[in-house]
Design a binder for this molecule. Structure first.
Ligand code: ZN
Length: 178
């Protein structure tokens, strides 16, 4: 009886239908069926391990359970916590960071656009145009040239123009730097 069993085992052919080698390396049939095995030769079991994604089809909770298992008593035989998974975390993190940068950039764009509007310029104006326009407006709205009877609004106007000019100048300096 024992003799027959051993003979059976030794004559098991690789589960890869294209392969004629002896199937001596067990591999689980599926994630849900870890106790039943397919038997492969050394080359085919290597390919199988590479292509078999243990975590495929798991929902978030199931994945967490598997992760817990893998870091505690149930040491997995498959590679885990190395390149692939870390890479995905890193990628997700980078995406998040990029979104934050994009959001800040959008806020800046809105501010910059408003600044151009205050100076009465198109947002594609070049630095020379901006400088010329600012000089012109500053002369016109400068508190020193305003008559005493002019209202506070004119002073505010000058401040607004100057602030807008600063914002636009900063944007040009940044463009030069990058
Ligand atoms: Zn094989």
């Amino acid at each position: 009886m024992l003799h027959t069993k051993q003979k059976e085992k030794s004559e098991r052919i690789c589960s890869n239908p294209k392969c004629k080698e002896l199937g001596v390396y067990p591999a689980p049939k599926s994630r849900d069926n870890l106790r039943e095995y397919l038997y492969f030769c050394i080359n085919c079991v290597r390919d199988f391990n590479k292509s078999w994604n243990y975590f495929e089809g798991l929902n978030e909770h199931e994945l967490e359970v598997e992760i817990r298992k893998s870091v505690t008593w149930d040491r997995p035989s498959w590679k885990f916590g190395t390149k692939n998974l870390n890479y995905d975390f890193e990628k997700a993190f980078n995406t998040f960071e990029n979104q934050k940068i994009q959001k800040n950039k959008n806020n800046l764009d809105i501010k910059l656009e408003a600044a151009f509007k205050i100076l009465g310029l198109n947002s594609d104006s070049d630095l020379q145009e901006v400088k010329t326009k600012y000089k012109h407006l500053a002369k016109r709205w400068h508190p020193d040239v305003q008559n005493d009877n002019k209202s506070k609004i004119n002073k505010d106007k000058f401040i607004n123009i100057t602030n807008a000019y600063k914002i636009i100048l900063e944007s040009f300096t940044k463009q030069v730097k990058t």
